[in-house]
Design a protein around this ligand. Sequence first.
Ligand code: SDX
Length: 426
Amino acid sequence: MSEHVKMIIEGKEYEFPVICGTEGEKAIDITSLRQKTGFITMDPGFANTGSCISSITFMNGEDGILRYRGIPVEQLAAHSTFKETAFLLINGELPSRKDLNRFSVLLNDHSLVHEDMQIFYQNFPRASHPMGILSSMVNALRSFYPALQTAEEEINIMVTRLLSKIRTMAAMSYKISLGHKVVYPRPDLSYCANFLNMMFDTPVRPYEIDEDLVKALSLFWILHADHEQNCSTSAVRVVGSGRVNLYASISAGIAALWGPLHGGANQKVIEMLEQIHSNGESIKKIVEMAKEKENPFRLMGFGHRVYKTYDPRAKIMKGMCHKVLKKFKAEDPLLDIAMELEEIALSDDYFVEKNLYPNIDFYSGIVLRAIGIPTNMFTVMFAIGRLPGWISQWRESVNDPEWRIARPRQIYVGPVKRDYVPIDER
Ligand code: SDX
C-alpha cells in the first residue's frame, strides 16, 4: 500500500504521508497541509479527524470491537476487576500480584479526603447536581494537594490520589445531600466494596457488603473504563495540552461527560423509561417521536458516533440487568419497557437504516437502580469508571514528544473589514 496520497489543489499536485495503525486503520497526515497549500480541512464534530496516535484503546465500530491495551473488553468483564483494569489502562500491562498488592496499599493510603473539603460540600445548595459538585471538587484538589518535588513522583501520586479519592468524594456528596454523616473509607474493604459502604452504611442500619453487588459494580466500571477519543476524553486532552495539572484536566472531562448526549444519557434513559412507565406513554409513540426530524427528542441510550452495530458493552450490561435483578428476585418494570423499546426500535427502518443500536447507557441505569444508586448519581458512576481512561489518555499526551497545545483553525464568515462608527452617527 502506498505510503503517500496525492491531492490536486487549484491545479497543483501535493503528496501527503499516510499513517497506518496496528489494526490497519489509515490516516492522511495533513500536518503540512496549510503550510504547503494555504488550505485547512473542515470537519465539525471531528467525525473524520484523528487528534492523536494512541496505544490505549482500540474500537471497531462496524464490528462492535472494544479492547483495552489489546485485551477484549469481554475477557476483562469475565475475568478482571476494576482495580486491575485501571492498572492495565494506566500502565499498559496487567499487574503482577506484587504490583496489584502495592497498588491496593497506595489506593488505601490515599482514600481519605482533606477534612476542610467538607466545608465546600456543606456550602453547595442541597439540590446541586452531583456532577457539578464532583467537577468543582476534583479541580479543588490542587489547592489541597500542591505539586510534589519530582515530576515522576508528582504524576504517580496524583494518579493514585485521584483514583482513590474520587470514590470518597462521590459518596461524600451523596451523604451530605441527605444531611447524613460522611462515612469514611475502610482499609479492610476492596475498591468497589468501599464505595458501596461509604454510600449506604448508616449508624442505624450497617451496610452489608454483598459480593454479587460488588462484582456487578466492578463490571459496570470495567465497561466504562475507556473509550478512545470520545467527547470527555478529548476535553481532558485539550485542556491538558495547555500544560495544566491532572486535576484541572479531569475536572474538564467530568464537565464534558455531564452532557445528555454523552455520559448524562444514562440518567436521561431512566427518566425516559420512568416517563413511559408512570404516564403509561405508548412506546410506539416515543419511537415515532424520536424519528421526527423537527422534534429535538432523541431515543436516549440509542445511537453512537463510532458503533454502527450493537455496542459490545451494552450487550454485557443487558445480561447484567437480568443477573442482578434475579439475585434479588426483583422485577423492574423499566427493564421490560427497555427491552420492548429496543425490540420495536430495532425492527424499525429508521433505526436500522441509520445504524442506531443501544449504547452503553441504555441498560446501565437498570443495573445502577438494582444496586441502589440514586438516578442523579448515575453520571457520577460513569465518571468514576472512566477516570482510569482519562488518566491514561492524559499521561499518554503528556509523554508524547509531539505534544502541542490544541488550537484548531476556522473559516471566518463574518463581516469583511469596516470602520468604527461613532455612536451619534449610527
Ligand atoms: C456515550 O463517543 C463515545 O465513545 C461516547 C461513549 C463513551 O463511552 O464515551 O460511548 C458514551 O456518550 C454514548 C452515547 C450516549 N448518548 C445518547 O444515548 C444520546 C442519544 N444519542 C444521540 O444523541 C446520538 O446518537 C449520539 C450523540 C450518540 C451520536 O451523535 P452523532 O454521531 O453526531 O450522530 P447524529 O446526531 O449526526 O445522528 C445521525 C442521524 C441523525 O439523523 P439525520 O440528521 O441523518 O436524518 O441519526 C439520528 C440523527 O437525527 N439519530 C437519532 C438518534 N441518534 C442519532 N435519532 C433518534 N434517536 C437517537 N438516539
